[in-house]
Ligand binder design. Structure first.
Ligand code: PRX
Length: 630
């Protein structure tokens, strides 16, 4: 663990090195990994293409760095602690040696089904250890995994299957949610009605009945039975894709963010060890779902590369009651706990009674991710969960960044509520104004960009490189644009202010307003819609939809419910609008552009100053919208 930062001056020293000599800096970090062939050059890049290559021509397999490199020393250590949804069911403790065997066996299963290097495999599974096995087995044979959050609908799933032309799907019969069994395989069946996927492998979890299509669908436990425990990992180039993860943007269609092998490996391990100050023997718990980037980088890859014990939780924070998180921390003596502001706010609403019965003394570090954490939630978390002795790491990053870019180093960087504080070594931030001029010095506010490549950054968007260029590299010349607004205060600390594009962040889930509008518009009686975010006490942002409809066939209430159902069916329940207002028209300029600024103001209830409405085609529509406000 020679790459560990131990002091604040050490952090500043490393940061300085990483900026003045980035190649030497990353070469030193990368040296502690196992490469089958070392790189010819550390970095080749330009942001115009964009074209970014780290550890050029190096050969490796990321799973060899989790297993073979360490098994002699850590084979008996627990890799995954799995806590089931039902508190009465036994937890599972899986050692590195056991996980290695399972990954090898499942690698052989995949190969036996004709799946190999470069093939895309969709993973649509609940939070069970087999989901991690599935990811690692894909990585081991060089197949590109694309995990789809198991809460997405069949339409959303089928869009992703088709976009990446998946060859296989790894799934389960069902998923436990509270005391309910949710169908999972049935959703896959629906998604596959219009697709040519050759193989579906189904892991049994809930025991609920499923339909198996002969020749296409196979049971995980049957295939794995008798599969060899020996498997030699496929040799991958440092820049071979490791996975695709779909995420929402400001256009209607989610894009497949592509991460590659070498750089992602180096950065996720480095950032994990440093941000959380993980020490051998600690139990680390990240409550995210593996369907999101946080689950990829900080449940699976980062912790396992670091030889950590990572806890995977199948359930929800409020089942069987609002004390569940705290019960799990006590039960497994969790040392680092990493969750989302939306979960903190939801639990805060239950007061401190649910915390009382539990001993949280094991906690050393608390983490937050996914959206800006408001000061009140930060203080509650700090006081009642961390008992005023655990540093909070407010980690800012994105699906595209692959790993945490701005965050305190736990216990080392002095924290400030609601501030992500300082960039990690290697991360060169820039704040720019609308014209793209960099704002230097402190006490400035603008758009957050990154000036220099880092190892785990997005390489392309699957099947559409131009879209990657347009979205991230075209707004400001020579820089990666994050889509976030940011402030650098008088101390040089960074505070993320939220998205400045048409992306909303609902309970830490990224949603494109255009994506939700497209789904709403699928309802046959909808003529047009406009969606904006508004401040929501628990979710951070809620979804407010203004909809023009043909009202001659339904009551307003029925129509609103039907629209919600339509969105749920097309994207998933997470995208259901919180409020739907039926409107006679939308505030449009003469050129037909919707003035979202006005819609946002109405949604958030700031009705006194609508700004200049003189360019509107029909200014009266604003009065009508205000009158019908939800
Ligand atoms: O707006 C920022 C917000 O979440 C966006 C990225 O979303 P996603 O790709 O789904 O990844 C979430 C998990 C890394 C960012 O553009 N965001 C994420 N973390 C923070 C945050 N906003 C403020 N503070 C954070 N710590």
């Amino acid at each position: 663990m020679s790459d560990r930062i131990h002091t604040l001056s050490g952090y500043f020293y490393e940061y300085q090195k990483s900026v003045t000599e980035p190649e030497n800096f990353w070469a030193r970090i990368a040296d502690s990994f196992y490469w089958r062939k070392r790189w010819d050059k550390i970095l080749k890049w330009n942001f115009e293409g964009p074209s970014v290559k780290w550890f050029v021509n190096a050969k490796l397999n990321i799973t060899e760095n989790i297993f073979e490199k360490n098994l002699f020393t850590n084979g008996d250590r627990t890799a995954i602690i799995w806590e089931p949804s039902e508190p009465g069911e036994s937890a599972r403790h899986i050692t590195y040696a056991e996980l290695y065997r399972e990954v090898c066996r499942f690698s052989n299963v995949l190969l036996s089904k004709g799946i190999g290097k470069g093939d895309r495999v969709i993973i649509y599974m609940p939070m069970i250890p087999e989901a991690a096995v599935a990811m690692l087995a894909c990585a081991r044979i060089g197949a590109i995994h694309s995990v789809v959050f198991a809460g997405f609908s069949s339409t959303a799933l089928s869009d992703r299957i088709n976009d990446c032309e998946a060859k296989a799907i790894l799934t389960s019969d069902g998923n436990f949610r509270g005391n309910k069994k949710i169908p999972v395989k049935a959703v896959v069946d629906e998604a596959l009605e219009k697709s040519s996927v050759e193989t579906v492998i189904v892991c049994r979890r809930t025991g609920q009945e499923v339909t198996m299509k002969p020749g296409r669908d196979f049971w995980w436990h049957e295939l794995i039975n008798g599969a060899s425990e020996k498997h030699v990992a496929e040799e991958m180039d440092s820049e071979d894709p490791l996975f695709i993860l779909y995420t929402s943007g400001s256009t209607g269609k989610p894009k497949g963010v592509v991460h590659t092998t070498g750089g992602y490996m180096v950065y996720t391990k480095y950032s994990f060890e440093n941000v959380f100050q993980y020490a051998p023997g600690d139990v680390y718990w990240c409550t995210a779902d593996i369907g999101w980037i946080t689950g990829h980088s900080y449940i699976v890859y980062g912790p396992l590369l670091a030889g950590a014990t990572t806890l995977m939780f199948e359930g929800v924070p409020t089942y069987p009651d609002a004390g569940r998180f705290w019960a799990v921390i006590e039960k497994h003596k969790v040392n680092q706990f990493y969750t989302a502001p939306t979960a903190i706010r939801a639990l805060q609403a239950y007061g401190t009674d649910p915390i009382e019965p539990y001993n949280l003394d094991s906690l050393k570090v608390l983490g937050s991710v996914g959206e800006p954490i408001n000061e009140e939630a930060w203080r509650w978390y700090y006081t009642h969960i961390g008992k005023s002795r655990c540093p909070i790491v407010d980690t800012w990053w994105q699906t595209e960044t692959g790993g945490i870019l701005v965050s305190p180093i736990a216990g080392i960087t002095p924290t400030k509520p609601a501030f992500a504080t300082l960039p990690l070594p290697g991360i060169q931030l820039a704040i720019v104004d609308a014209e793209g001029n960099e704002l230097t010095g402190n006490s400035v506010e603008g758009n957050l960009c990154i000036k220099f490549p880092w190892p785990s950054m997005i390489r392309t968007t699957w099947g559409d490189h131009e879209r990657c260029r347009q979205t991230y590299f075209a707004s400001y010349k020579g820089m990666y644009f994050t889509g976030d607004g940011v402030k650098r205060d008088h101390d040089g600390y960074y505070r993320i202010l939220g998205r400045v594009d048409d992306v909303i962040n609902v309970s830490g889930h990224r949603m494109g307003t255009a994506e939700v509008e497209n789904a709403i518009n699928e309802h046959p009686l909808v003529i047009e819609s406009a969606v904006v975010g508004y401040p929501h006490e628990i979710k951070g942002q809620g979804i407010y939809a203004y909809v023009i409809c043909d009202m001659s066939h339904r009551t307003e209430e029925n129509l609103i419910n039907e629209i919600k159902e339509t969105v749920s069916k097309i994207i998933g329940p997470i995208a259901k609008p919180d409020k739907i207002q039926i409107v006679p028209g939308l505030p449009k300029t003469r050129s037909g552009k919707i003035m979202r600024r006005i819609l946002r103001k109405v949604a958030e209830g700031s009705l006194d100053n609508m700004g200049d409405t003189s360019t509107l085609l029909d200014p009266e529509v604003v009065e009508k919208i205000i009158a019908g406000r939800k």
